[in-house]
Structure formats: structure tokens, C-alpha cells
Write a protein that binds this ligand. Structure first.
Ligand SMILES: Nc1ncnc2c1ncn2[C@@H]1O[C@H](COP(=O)(O)OP(=O)(O)O)[C@@H](O)[C@H]1O
Ligand SMILES: [Mg+2]
Length: 322
């Protein structure tokens, strides 16, 4: 296996809340390989966004408790970096795009202002040169009339166009790693397909690794090279996309596959999987999934399974894999 660009080991993240400490992430291991698209999938509340925020060190400092690690990015532990060091990495070497581009674009400024400013700061060029690069960035995400778009206000653009602007902005610094957190969830199905096609197209140009976060396994079937499935904060199965879809080893992955909405159907919740979201309750002992698992037996109540090899590059944390 090629050396990972990002490698997470034994990472635990919890939050101090009024009702006590809530565990959000408990990952034994997760790697992102160079120039791959990794789909990070799981129900709402399974810890996907917290994982990305931990890597980028964007968690609320007083509320979040990060334990374990390391979180190695190109061999260096991000958990050991100072805020000043992180500021150099964030937005340059590691970029992030979010579900709702409206919330990241300030409605009182034209699209061009933050875009040009960020490029000028991150790439150390004049505003004039930054504007040229902004135009190029918009062209790269296949936006027609980049000049006109730079002068538009966010509300004048469609949701799909705004997301293209955000992708262009995120890629303008040529990052090595891009987190895309539910980037198509707020878009309708047709636009969603266009954005996925764009990401698939761009991967050959940008040479970045992309972690594509989604609660819908169906969304990443076509674009991802590998899929990592999260449950209750842990990665419980990871493998080549083909194997995850055709030979899921963990019962939870099997249920996620059954829950993929059919074309044209929109669902917020996964219908077949019952239980509490967004706070996923964990049993005291055994496999976190055993209370909801159709395949459980007594052993599943006792020991917590660790990721074990199922096939080439395919791992599952289950005592009774398929
Ligand atoms: N700022 C926070 N304070 C308290 N709990 C949080 C906070 N952010 C996330 N959580 C909890 O962490 C868990 C994982 O959340 P998240 O990573 O956002 O899930 P996902 O992105 O998979 O939907 C959830 O149970 C959520 O309630
Ligand atoms: Mg999320």
C-alpha cells in the first residue's frame, strides 16, 4: 500500500456537555492514501464532521477533549502543532468545503472579495494577480463567465454555482488534502450529480486526496476509490468501493446499503436502522453496534471487535463478518 498522506490512530474525541461527557469519535485507525477519493460514510451523528474538524484542529477548544493519536499528515502529528503552525496548513495544504456554501459566503460581499483576498493572503500575491488566479479557479470548476461571477452576490447564484465557487476557492491553493463535508446534500439530485461529476473530473487535475463525507452511501458509489464506514464514532469497515458495495462484511454496512434511497426519492433518515440519532448510544461492553445488530450473539456483548482483514485492503470490525 502506498504511504498514507493522512493517518489517524487511536483517536478519541469527546465533548463536555451539560449532561456530562459525550464521546463523539473513537477511531482505531483510518488512512487516506495519496490522490484517492475516500468516501467517509455514516449516519448523522456518527462522528464524520468531528473527525474532519479534529484533523483541521477546528474544534471548540474549551468543549472538546482530544485524546490519543497521532493524527499524521505527511508524517507530522497535527495534534502537536501550534495554532500558528495550523494556520499555515489550513486552507493551503488541507482545505475543506461544507454542505451549505451560503453559510461560508458573506451575503454582503460579492463572491470575488473573499476569493481574491484568500488567494492574495495564502499565495502571497498582489490583489491584481489574485484576481487573475480567482478567475482561473472559477474556470477550473467549469463556471461560465467567471468575470461576472466574481462581481455577483452569493444570493444571485444558484446553490450549485455557489458550491462550485467554494470548490474553486478550496482548490485555489492546490491543497494535498481536501475534506468535502456533505457538499451535495443541500442540492437537488440533478445538480448533485453535476457536482459529483465535477469532483471526479478535477481529481485528475488537482492531484489532491479527497475525503468525501456523506450520510448517503449511494452518493459516493461512482466517485470514491475506497469507502470507510463510521458507526458511533468508530470506523467499522473500510475497503475498496467495489468490495464495500458487493461484499459488505459488517452487518451495519449491509444495513446502510439497503437504506440507499432510490433515484428520485429523498429521505433524511435511514429507514431500516432504528435507534437514537444524533446521539448514538453505546453499550457499556462489546461491539457498539450489537444492540441493533441482526447477527449478534453472546460474544458480541462482551469483546469489542477490532478492524481485521477480510480481503485485500478490506477490513471490518465485526466478530461475525459476512
Ligand atoms: N460542539 C459539540 N458539542 C457537543 N457535542 C457535539 C458537538 N459537535 C458534535 N457533537 C456530537 O458528536 C457526535 C458526532 O457529531 P458529528 O461529527 O457532527 O456527526 P456527523 O457529522 O457524522 O453527522 C454527535 O453525537 C454530536 O451530537
Ligand atoms: Mg456532519
Amino acid at each position: 500500500m502506498p504511504e498514507a498522506i493522512l493517518e489517524i490512530r487511536d483517536l478519541k474525541v469527546s465533548f463536555r456537555t451539560f449532561s456530562g461527557r459525550v464521546q463523539a469519535v473513537d477511531i482505531q485507525s483510518l488512512a487516506v492514501l495519496p490522490q484517492e477519493i475516500l468516501g467517509l460514510v455514516g449516519e448523522t451523528g456518527s462522528g464524520k464532521s468531528v473527525t474532519a474538524s479534529t484533523v483541521l484542529r477546528l474544534l471548540p477548544e474549551r468543549k472538546a477533549i482530544v485524546e490519543g493519536g497521532p493524527v499524521l499528515f505527511k508524517g507530522q502529528d497535527l495534534l502537536a502543532k501550534t495554532e500558528a503552525e495550523m494556520r499555515k496548513i489550513r486552507g493551503r495544504e488541507i482545505a475543506m468545503i461544507f454542505q451549505d456554501p451560503m453559510s461560508s459566503l458573506n451575503p454582503v460581499f460579492t463572491v470575488g472579495e473573499p476569493l481574491t483576498r484568500i488567494i492574495a493572503i495564502h499565495q502571497g500575491v498582489s490583489l491584481k494577480e489574485a484576481r487573475e488566479r480567482a478567475l482561473a479557479a472559477l474556470g477550473r470548476v467549469r463556471l461560465p463567465n467567471p468575470d461576472k461571477i466574481l462581481g455577483s452576490y452569493p444570493h444571485e447564484l444558484s446553490g450549485g454555482m455557489r458550491q462550485r465557487v467554494m470548490i474553486g476557492m478550496a482548490l485555489s491553493s492546490n491543497p494535498d488534502l481536501l475534506f468535502a463535508d456533505e457538499p451535495t446534500t443541500a442540492l437537488d439530485v440533478t445538480i448533485q450529480a453535476q457536482i459529483l461529476r465535477l469532483i471526479d473530473d478535477l481529481r485528475h487535475e488537482i492531484k489532491a486526496s479527497i475525503v468525501f463525507i456523506t450520510h448517503n452511501l449511494g452518493v459516493i458509489a461512482k466517485v470514491s476509490d475506497r469507502v470507510a464506514v463510521m458507526y458511533a464514532g468508530n470506523v467499522i469497515e473500510v475497503g475498496p468501493t467495489r468490495d464495500i458495495f458487493h461484499r459488505p462484511a459488517h452487518p451495519y454496512t449491509g444495513l446502510l446499503l439497503k437504506a440507499i434511497p432510490r433515484l428520485g426519492e429523498t429521505r433524511d433518515k435511514l429507514p431500516v436502522i432504528e435507534g437514537a440519532v444524533p446521539v448514538i448510544r453505546r453499550p457499556e461492553t462489546g461491539c457498539y453496534f450489537h444492540p441493533r445488530c441482526p447477527r449478534r450473539d453472546d460474544a458480541c456483548r462482551e469483546a469489542r471487535p477490532v478492524l481485521a482483514p477480510i480481503g485485500p485492503g478490506h477490513y471490518a470490525a465485526c466478530g461475525k463478518p459476512a
